[in-house]
Design a protein around this ligand. Structure first.
Ligand code: BGC
Length: 372
């Protein structure tokens, strides 16, 4: 009886999906019963990064014989769980999920796993659960290292002001990006090239080449943007308000992604005491590519979502066809080592923007102005 009630509940939730789940795509080879083979759950439509992934999924989906449905969780773990339950009720065999909150998503994927679904963590690793089969990701440590390297390569002498910003502490990637950046920046802080201006926690740990998760948490707690443009803006404003003119001049800014980089860059650009700034980013969002072309953002790490989406879909199809997907590394999620397929990244600056993003067919030249 309990099971029947639970099933009815799931059905009711499925029917009221449009109210919360932000369904976006249902394509390819559908059958009349409305069943779905592969369910895809993405974190939010409010950041261009995930719309890029959606677009790339749509193009790989059109090449598959299987039915696929994409749902967005709109920054809510509760909606994410409803989305997973909805897709499970539609009979998915594989779930591809990019979690809003790494730890909170554990209970969602456990629901899928109990129903016999193979779970692929997409881009962001879901932590503290055994209910994961695979992880498809970019090499996130190398994203952070590329950011750190860019700043280091553009700094000469000593005493260069360094402002650090990070992603959301609920996203495991925020730790990997910071760890990568720290790998490169810490020796340059230790030798005096850079001086941290906005984090007492990072300053206190400046002598340590490697940080524990707790130490990173303490730093990220101070400098997080929560992946939120407004939070990034107000943090940058507060930092510049409390900094003296001597803490400014030519400055170096570790910004964790493009959306926050644009917010932070605008704040630094508006400060009369900042004469020049170098700022990092990632995702190669259209607006940031324009910022790079215009010299307002120094670099963006290009993560080719065509490859990531294709890798995840190919993996799903292999699972459905009872093949064993190829993986090249593992990531520990706090409980298990998850088999992972990792994609490399490319650093984009004013110098190679055309080659990396236009000539590669990722964007059209007509989407930008001033492209040389
Ligand atoms: C992704 C980034 C993205 C960020 C904010 C991270 O997990 O890897 O590409 O910018 O989340 O959405």
């Amino acid at each position: 009886m309990k099971k029947v009630i639970a099933l009815l509940l799931v059905l009711v939730m499925t029917m009221s999906l449009s109210a919360c789940g932000e369904k976006d795509t249902q394509t390819s080879g559908g059958d009349s019963k409305g069943t779905v083979d592969v369910g895809i759950v993405l974190p939010t439509k409010d950041e261009p990064r995930w719309l890029q992934d959606q677009e790339r999924f749509e193009s790989v989906i059109s090449d598959t014989d299987y039915t696929v449905e994409v749902l967005f969780s709109q920054g809510s773990s509760a909606t994410e769980k409803t989305n997973v339950e909805t897709l499970v009720a539609k009979g998915i065999k594989v779930l591809i999920i990019c979690a809003h909150d790494a730890a909170a998503a554990a209970s969602s994927v456990e629901v899928a796993k109990e129903a016999g679904v193979t779970v692929i963590s997409y881009d962001r690793l879901i932590t503290d659960t055994e209910a994961l089969d695979y992880y498809v990701t970019f090499d996130s440590i190398s994203v952070g290292e590329a950011m750190g390297q860019y700043l280091a390569d553009n700094a000469t002498g000593t005493g260069n002001p360094l402002y650090l910003y990070a992603g959301a502490a609920t996203d495991n990637n925020a730790f990997l990006f910071f760890e990568g950046a720290w790998n490169i920046l810490q020796p340059k802080i230790a030798d005096g090239t850079f001086v941290i201006k906005n984090s007492s926690e990072a300053l206190a740990l400046a002598g340590q080449p490697t940080l524990t998760r707790d130490q990173m948490s303490a730093i990220i707690g101070q400098i997080t943007t929560n992946w939120d443009f407004n939070e990034a803006k107000s943090k940058a404003e507060a930092h510049l308000t409390s900094a003296t003119a001597a803490d400014k001049g030519k400055v170096y800014i570790l910004a964790p992604n493009d959306g926050t980089a644009r917010s932070i860059a605008d704040v630094f650009a508006a400060d009369a005491d900042v004469s020049e700034y170098f700022i990092t980013g990632q995702d190669s969002e259209v607006a940031s590519v324009q910022y790079v072309i215009d010299g307002k953002q120094s670099m963006t790490v290009f993560k080719d979502t065509r490859t990531l989406a294709a890798d995840a879909m190919n993996m799903a199809v292999e699972v459905i066809e009872s093949k064993t997907p190829a993986t090249d590394t593992t990531y520990n999620n706090g409980v298990i080592d998850v088999k992972a397929k990792q994609t490399p990244i490319v650093v984009v600056t004013m110098e190679n923007v055309k080659e990396a993003l236009i000539d590669s067919g990722y964007y059209e030249a007509s989407q930008f102005t001033g492209l040389k």
